[in-house]
Design a protein around this ligand. Sequence first.
Ligand SMILES: C[S@@+](CC[C@H](N)C(=O)[O-])C[C@H]1O[C@@H](n2cnc3c(N)ncnc32)[C@H](O)[C@@H]1O
Length: 308
Amino acid sequence: MSPHISVLPNEVVESFNTPLVHQGGVLLDCTLGFGGHTSRLLEAYPKLKVIGIDKDKEALSFSKEFLAKFEERFTLLYGDFSVRALEVLKQERLVGILADIGVSSLQFDKEERGFSFKSSELDMRMDTGKPLSAKEVVNSYSLLELERIFRDYGEIREYKKMARLVVEWRKEGKITNAQELSSKIAMHFKASKIHPATLAFQALRIEVNDELGELERLLRGIFENPLEEGARVSIISFHSLEDRIIKQHFKKWEKSCICPMEVMRCECGNNHALGKNLYKKPIIATDEENRKNPRARSAKLRTFEFGK
Ligand SMILES: C[S@@+](CC[C@H](N)C(=O)[O-])C[C@H]1O[C@@H](n2cnc3c(N)ncnc32)[C@H](O)[C@@H]1O
């Protein structure tokens, strides 16, 4: 059984229901994870091939077996999607790109991966081959660096207090487990609807995995290597920081006039739009899906279609 339930499964399949995908071609799944979306796409579109990227080797080895029945219709790539996707974009004429960014349930649930409050580790690396872990961030970042991540990646109102306390706590000895960190935070910050450590953990995770940088670079790479007419890009995000980045990029891709602001009359030809944002509002999960899979509650799907 898969350790991860895919969010918005039907909506993702539907977002690629295009003539190009029915005809065949290659779709790039930037966040293969446990192959849930990819297997649904391969089932729904029998002529389609998928290239799947992940930087988590545990996810890749699960997917390799899980997708084996599709034989030569899928290829696995290990690494950061910002790098690997660019290589693929330069080599293949893709009919679609999917990214379901964020953490998998296995990463959250497996104690030793150190993502959850209860973990005895403080790790949070999606790619365990990379050097930077949450332990490094918490114990070696300067006060200013900690303030930056708590402010920018956690949007924590009391980010200065949070950073100052972390610096104080680590003077008493290295902070090495997530449980210790989350209970210390809970003692000093009021609980709201969410656990007081939720945003601090979000900030650490984003920093450790360079999540926003990865997303930015992926979207820039697509802009610089646009897909063919009728191809689509579908991206699922899980918090407002990511959704904002996706919205901004799609808006830029839709822009027909690229004249500088100060120009009074258009001189660029007004024909630079790469395509259109398909849904003005993001697609969200139904109540039924949210009941079955609480992770789906914060998921937002946006889709862009290339073509004049
Ligand atoms: C939410 S899960 C994807 C689940 C998948 N769609 C499914 O249905 O099984 C996200 C996956 O993307 C991977 N990931 C996140 N950011 C990545 C990046 N920048 N480069 C490569 N893989 C990444 C994570 O390791 C994780 O396995």
